[in-house]
Structures are given as C-alpha cells and as structure tokens.
Design a protein around this ligand. Structure first.
Ligand code: HEM
Length: 462
C-alpha cells in the first residue's frame, strides 16, 4: 500500500484553502438574468420595477443583481449594503448618472465629469441652510402673487392647482423674476412641454431620442426657451437685493469654465430637478393632511395662532414663524418618506465586499429609498402617515431620521432639499391661511384629485 507523503497532503490542503478563499472572494450576489441574452430581465423589470425589486429581495435575500439591457444592477437593501453605498470610496455618483444626463440634457459625458463637482458646490452653496433665509421673503411674495389670481372659492384639480402655483414660483425664484410667462397661451405651452418632458424622463434617460418623438419635441422646446432667455437671465439684476439667482451663479461658473454654450442644457437640468419631485410632494402633502382631520385641525389652529384668523391681509412669514409650526414640516417629511424616489444609483469602481459577496467593478449599485422607507425595522408601521415620528429627528441640527434617504445620500445628496421643504411649508401656510379646503374624494390612489377651495374672506389679498 502506498502512502501519500505529508508534504503532498500539506500542499493539496494549501491549494484547497486558497481555492476556497478565492471562491469566497469572487462569490457574486445571486443574479437574475432573464431568458434573453443582453435584454436579461429587462421586460419583467420594466413592467413594474418596484414590485420586481421587492419580490427579488424576498426570494434572493438582501443583495442581488439584475441584468437589464446589458447593465448589471446590484441592489442593496439592508445595513451592510447601505453602509457600502454610503461610505465606500470605491462607489461613484458621477459615473452612474453621466449617461442619463447625456440622454436627457445633451451634456457630453466629458463636460459633465469636468464641471460636475464645481457646479454642485455652487448650487449647494446658493441653496444651503445658511442662505435659506434669503428665499423666505421671495417665496412668500411669489406665492401670494400667484394666489391673488385665484378666485375666492371653487373646485379645482389638486394636481393642476399645485402645478399652477409652483411652476411660476420656482422658475421666477431660481432663474429670474418674471421669467415665467404670464400670457395664457404661453403658460399652457410651458405646462404641456414640461409635463411631457417630465413624464418621459425615465425612458428619455435610457433610450435614443429618435425613438421618443414627442418627448424629444418637448425637450427641444424647453431648451429653446432657455436659449432665448439666457442673455436676459444673465444680465437681470434683482430690484430688491443684489443677490444672484441660482441660475445666474451657474451661468457665471459656465462662463469662467468657457462652457457657456451648454447654459440652456444646465438650465433644463435645474428646471427638472427643482420641479419634478417638489410638485408631487406638495400635492401629496395636501392630500394626506386633508384626509387626516385631526392633523388638518391642529395645523389650522397653529396657523391662526401665529398669523391671526382672518384670511384677508398679506402676511409675512419669518424663520421664527416656521419654527412655531413644526407639524407642517413633519407632515412634509412624512409625505416625502412615503413618496420617495424608487431608486438611486452609484457606479462600482473597484470590487466591494457586501456580506459574503463581492460586487464586481462596473456594476451599478442600487438603493431603493422607496422600499427602505417601508422596512418596519427602520420605520415602525411604515405604511401609515405618522408625522409625529419626526419628533425624534434632530431637525434643529438639520438631521433627518436614520435611513431616510429620499434626498439621496453622501457627498452629492440633493442640494435643493432645504429649499424644497421651505417652499412647501410656505405654500401650506398661505393656502390654509387664505382658504378653507377639503377633499371632494377620498384619499387618492391615482395622481389626480380634486379639492374645494373656499376663501375665508371674499376679497383675498386685495
Ligand atoms: C421633495 C423634493 C425633492 C426630492 C425628493 C429630491 C430628491 C433628489 C435626489 C434623490 C437626488 C439624487 C441624490 C443622490 O443620488 O444621492 C437629487 C439630486 C438633485 N436635486 Fe433634488 N430633490 C428635491 C427637490 C429639489 C429642488 C427643489 C432642487 C432645486 C432647487 C433640487 C435640485 C437637485 C439637483 C441640482 C440635484 C443633482 C445633484 C448633483 O448633480 O450632484 N432638488 N434630488
């Protein structure tokens, strides 16, 4: 009988250990490839992406990869993966969004990568927490101006109402006072093209423009609008304060970087970023508040105690007034929690370890704020509208609740988040100050809903 020498056993053992370690290091997350090469799970994923993500999490666990149209998307759903998403140096924002930016705003990838950080710092600085007070007066005035055009009472579609209020206010504040058209026909055109652009954004960010004729038409219309108005925006000086608007600061930077020809394209990106989430959030906040009579009553009492009961005079809203009405801010944040973006993405630069898996470089790392906010581990009774849960957040120190990720995260989280909150806060105060509102229908399932507006005083604002 022949014996294997101990040396051979040791060598074989070492090889086995090495192979095991290598296998463990290269062990990739479970992967959903679908049936068709390249398209992968594209059809199933494309039909109902959010449901698809949740079903895959239940079946495959907290980390899994989906192949869609040749792209590997690895989803992370719990702490270990979220920590990597938030903190790893091997995870990159810009490379994940350069393609969508190219498709939706025609900004070449090399220009985007060159300018992104500087532009982000500029925009963030303008709308940062320490500059926010500069917007309070302007927002109040612009909103009152829009409300002035409204009758004393009536019925309106809440979605349409929010758009008619917030499109002009946001455009006039971020770009230039008076930029938003006042002519009925032009207003209608703006609404039609912005909505078409916004609704097609998801497809527009991935598909060639030639396949999306109407979307492309609206994109061109909006670009032409900026093209025409950039010289005016650039030279316009605010009558009251000599404080450049956010777009004016962007234009200055583009000029310094010799990239002025891309001004309309950056204008379009800023327009979309500022309206696409804020308007639906304002709509849903009203819908939630109006369908919770106790919350509605408490908010109304708060507003009366700060501004008085009459809904006739023009009012000024100060930082201190806002601090006295915390429930309004909690309602907005709770709405944003429930209506958060479906996914945010990053690119993996070098392989990263998550649990027992290695996610390879080149993958898109995906996180779903929508599902994260519905995990009872992080948000008890996640499906309920419970503004009081925000008592726990240190909002004084500008911190949200743990695992609240509606504004993204890390270095490039949404630079407009404080402005969005402020705009909706003032919007709620003014509407509830001037009008008694109630929903005609139960809490909406679909997007459009009606609300009745009754002014408390016959002559609003006059
Ligand atoms: C409720 C309203 C809003 C929500 C939920 C929201 C959400 C987001 C999210 C999720 C991102 C991506 C962040 C990431 O991936 O980490 C983002 C980026 C951005 N948001 Fe917002 N946003 C809102 C309002 C606004 C407003 C009002 C503005 C402008 C006035 C704005 C300007 C931007 C810009 C410019 C970016 C791109 C940042 C970059 O390029 O790095 N957002 N936002």
């Amino acid at each position: 009988m022949e014996f294997i020498s101990p040396t051979v056993i040791i060598i074989l053992g070492c090889v086995a250990v090495l192979l095991f370690l290598q296998w463990k290091n290269l062990r990739r997350p479970p992967c959903i490839r679908g049936w068709i090469p390249w398209i992968g799970a594209g059809f199933e994923f494309g039909k109902t992406p959010l449901e698809f993500i949740e079903k895959a999490r239940i079946k495959y666990g907290p980390v899994f990869t989906v192949i869609v149209m040749g792209t590997r998307m690895t989803f992370v759903t719990e702490e270990e993966g979220i920590n990597v998403f938030l903190k790893s140096k091997e995870i990159n924002f810009e490379l994940a969004v350069q393609n969508p930016v190219y498709h939706t705003a025609s900004i070449a990838k090399n220009i985007f990568l060159k300018l992104h950080e500087k532009l982000y710092i500029t925009v963030k600085g303008k709308m940062g927490i320490f500059n926010l007070y500069k917007f309070t007066g302007q927002l109040t005035e612009e909103l009152q101006e829009q409300l002035q055009n409204l009758g004393t009472h009536g019925t309106t579609d809440l979605n349409k109402f929010m758009r008619h209020l917030l499109y002009p206010v946001t455009v006039n504040i971020l770009f230039k006072k008076g930029l938003f058209p006042t002519d009925e026909r032009k207003i209608r055109e703006f609404h039609q093209h912005f909505q078409a652009y916004d609704e097609g954004f998801e497809y527009g960010s991935q598909l060639p423009e030639c396949l999306l004729r109407n979307w492309s038409k609206s994109k061109k219309w909006l670009l032409a609008l900026f093209e025409k108005n950039i010289p005016d925006i650039k030279t316009h000086k605010s009558a009251k304060e000599n404080y450049p608007t956010v777009m004016q600061a962007v234009l200055d930077l583009l000029e310094m970087e010799a990239n002025e020809q891309k001004s309309p394209n950056y204008g379009l990106l800023l327009l979309w970023a500022s309206l696409s989430n804020t308007v639906p959030v304002a709509f849903w906040t009203f819908a939630f508040v109006l369908s919770h009579p106790n919350i509605h009553r408490t908010i109304m009492e708060g507003i009366s105690s700060v501004f008085g009961t009459a809904g006739k005079d023009k009012i000024k809203v100060s930082e201190d007034d806002l601090k006295k009405l915390p429930l309004i801010k909690w309602c907005i944040l709770e709405t944003i929690r429930l209506r958060a973006p479906g996914v945010i993405a990053r690119k993996v630069l070098k392989p990263v370890k998550i649990l027992d898996y290695t996610v390879p470089s080149g993958d898109l790392l995906m996180l779903s704020p929508f599902w994260l906010h519905r995990n009872p581990k992080y948000f008890p009774e996640p499906d309920l509208f419970k503004p009081e849960r925000w008592k726990e957040a240190n909002l004084e120190k500008h911190a949200f609740l743990d695992c609240f990720m509606a504004f993204g995260s890390g270095k490039y989280q949404c630079p407009g988040r404080w402005l969005a909150l402020l705009e909706i806060q003032i919007c709620i105060i003014l509407i509830f100050y001037y009008y008694d509102c109630s929903l005609l229908d139960p809490l909406p399932k679909q997007r459009k809903r009606k609300v009745i507006l009754y002014s408390k005083n016959k002559e609003i604002l006059n």
